[in-house]
Ligand binder design. Sequence first.
Ligand SMILES: *Cc1c(COP(=O)(O)O)cnc(C)c1O
Length: 438
Amino acid sequence: MTSTTTSADLFARAQQVIPSGVNSPVRAFGSVGGTPPFLTEAKGALLHDADGNEYVDLVGSWGPMILGHANEQVVEAVRAAAGRGLSFGAPQPGEVTLAEEVVRRIGPVEQLRLVNSGTEATMSALRVARAATGRDVVVKFAGCYHGHVDALLAEAGSGVATFAMPGSAGVTAATARDTVVLPYGDSEAVAALFAERGGEIAAIITEAAPANMGVVPPLAQDGVGFNRFLSETAHAAGALLISDEVLTGFRASAEGHYGIDGADRSWAPDLMTFGKVIGGGLPVGAFGGRADLMGLLAPAGPVYQAGTLSGNPLATAAGLATLEGLDAAAYDTLGRASSTLQQLVADALTTAGVPHVIQTAGTLFSVFFREQPVTTYEDAKAQDTAAFTRFFHAMLEGGVYLPPSAFEAWFVSTAHSDEVLDRIAAVLPAAAKAAARG
Ligand SMILES: *Cc1c(COP(=O)(O)O)cnc(C)c1O
């Protein structure tokens, strides 16, 4: 082993033994081009790569690092847990405390089961919904991403959007037939589908606020929010609503996006899914909701779901320490960092004459390179991805690490201090000029 291995060397080696050199597609920089920096160390809001570069991080591992990298309390909790044993495959106290904390924070969650990823969470929630209703069909929205679950990859966001894929090969025709994809926010299409096939539908699954095609907040129609409309429509037909808060949970607000559009308790999802922040950087997902539905899970109920490493002490320690760090002051800091950064980006792009629109869901935001607001996946795809690519590379060159895709949210953390934001501000004008040079 050499100690002077560069990112280029590592990427070349990786491509020999790992498909495309990466373990998750967007990381390959395929849509923006170039060699992805191989990261070796991170602290707070800063990243270091194998080539000796330092970057301000606006990816945050796609959400989990909400308290910044190597947060002392989180690292200490993990270190202490590691010393007591990495995994037991048996009940342990940390999983009880983490589940209690989620139930305390998230109104609609009465019971929760821990898994190892957001994908497992949505896959399992879907199985519960199908078992509860005795129906097969699931409704999803174009541009929403729910992990790499067979039934949910059609017209998905995240990497599927980044690489402009219609879905995924390897999904059976029977599975695809049981998934109906509708345009996001289209209440009429939802109503029409339920009028025709309501009795076949097990569940609607939606991101609480889509954030994997960029951030597309749910809009109200005639004073009724889209999520509330979905819950009412589903329930009228005996179907369930699964609200996917893997990305928005514990980030959009303390109670996730539900804390924004469910705060008046006029509606509630039947099941919710979590991931990312809930594990604080270790592999944790969770699904939860109504106790009668969660009671369908084995061993008491007929729905099988299991996991060798589910609820392991290391993962629950990281998740718990992260949630403990997320107090009211932390959300204030996040909110301020997010709005300051939005303003800086808007100013720079406006000055350079670059068409853009910034959309938010609580403290979550993304930047679309087009003039008009984005309400659907079609809108999101109509942005100027070439302008984003020029902007992205100029930012990277200047030491700011953005998501390598025009379809992803930008992630701040409580470690994004004014000093860190100043460093971003210093790079923005040149990057905006690069974006403008068409
Ligand atoms: C990231 C994400 C998932 C998948 O989670 P993984 O942990 O990557 O499997 C599911 N749903 C949403 C909304 C996500 O953002």
